[in-house]
Write a protein that binds this ligand. Structure first.
Ligand SMILES: NC(=O)c1ccc[n+]([C@@H]2O[C@H](COP(=O)([O-])OP(=O)(O)OC[C@H]3O[C@@H](n4cnc5c(N)ncnc54)[C@H](OP(=O)(O)O)[C@@H]3O)[C@@H](O)[C@H]2O)c1
Length: 238
């Protein structure tokens, strides 16, 4: 129940919660590969993580690019993916492309990870995919992202039965202090974070390291599969 000397691919490991996860696993002696769309950002993340971290700039929704990258790795024991998109559009303004973009970023990317990496994995391998509270508590004008988060949780359950004994779980974060959230909070992010924190039972926004800790549980607990682990400071209760 350890990641020491195991090969972990963190798709979306170049910033935010994915970076915190890659950093925790690197600290624990895993062999890390990080993937993001921006190749420069990926190279910077790998340099900051230190050691022999492998980096790639590719879109995980592109099956050929992901396949070529994974095929070049010596081993893949665990895959964790944080990809996702929350396009803003009220339903009358959505089209097939907007819905497709949300699905591609979260569900099709997860499909690609499973289709490509499962055949390379040992029986004790695992996948962890990121969803979000919008799966259960949607906001107006965000239906494409909401259905994509719900769909990826369902996809994890489907993969848990199809790929067993390889384990497949979903991680559902509440509000976490990353650049993405700060940008979404507008001109005064500190005030926004405090306001948001006050609306949550634990009274604060989560830190990316707290998500990394939850991912560690999903990756290393050998009897956990097909679950959605919600890590939200109690946000969904109020
Ligand atoms: N922060 C929150 O409060 C919060 C709450 C609930 C759910 N979430 C979800 O958690 C996930 C991570 O969020 P974060 O706040 O940590 O954001 P972030 O810092 O932007 O991290 C996203 C990571 O995924 C990569 N990425 C995104 N789309 C990709 C794709 N199609 N292919 C390959 N890499 C891709 C990004 O790199 P590039 O930019 O270079 O592609 C980056 O490394 C997202 O799915 C988000 O929807 C976040």
């Amino acid at each position: 129940m350890s990641v020491k000397d195991r090969s972990v691919v963190v798709v979306g490991g170049t910033s935010g919660m994915g970076y915190a996860t890659a950093a925790l696993f690197a600290e624990q002696g895993a062999r890390i590969a990080v993937v993001g769309r921006d190749a420069d950002k990926a190279a910077q993340a790998a340099a900051a993580l230190g050691g022999d971290v492998v980096a790639a700039g590719l879109d995980a929704a592109d099956a050929d690019a992901l396949g070529e990258f994974m095929g070049g790795l010596a081993a893949v024991d665990h895959v964790v993916s944080f990809t996702g998109l929350q396009p803003a559009a009220r339903v009358g303004d959505t089209d097939h492309e907007i819905f497709g973009s949300a699905f591609d970023a979260r569900v099709w990317a997860a499909r690609n990870c499973c289709a490509i990496a499962a055949p390379m994995m040992p029986p004790d391998g695992s996948f962890t995919f990121c969803s979000g509270l919008s799966a259960i508590r949607p906001r107006p004008g965000r239906s494409p992202g909401a259905v994509a988060t719900a769909a990826v949780e369902s996809f994890c359950r489907a993969m848990a039965v199809e790929l067993a004994p390889i384990r497949v779980n979903a991680l559902c974060p509440g509000a976490f202090d990353t650049e993405v959230l700060r940008r979404a909070l507008g001109p005064d992010p500190e005030a926004g974070l405090a306001r948001l924190g006050n609306s949550i039972p634990l009274g604060r926004i989560g830190q990316p390291e707290e998500i990394a800790h939850a991912v560690q549980f999903l990756v290393t607990n050998t009897y956990t599969t097909g679950i959605t682990l919600r890590v939200d400071g109690g946000a969904l209760l109020v």
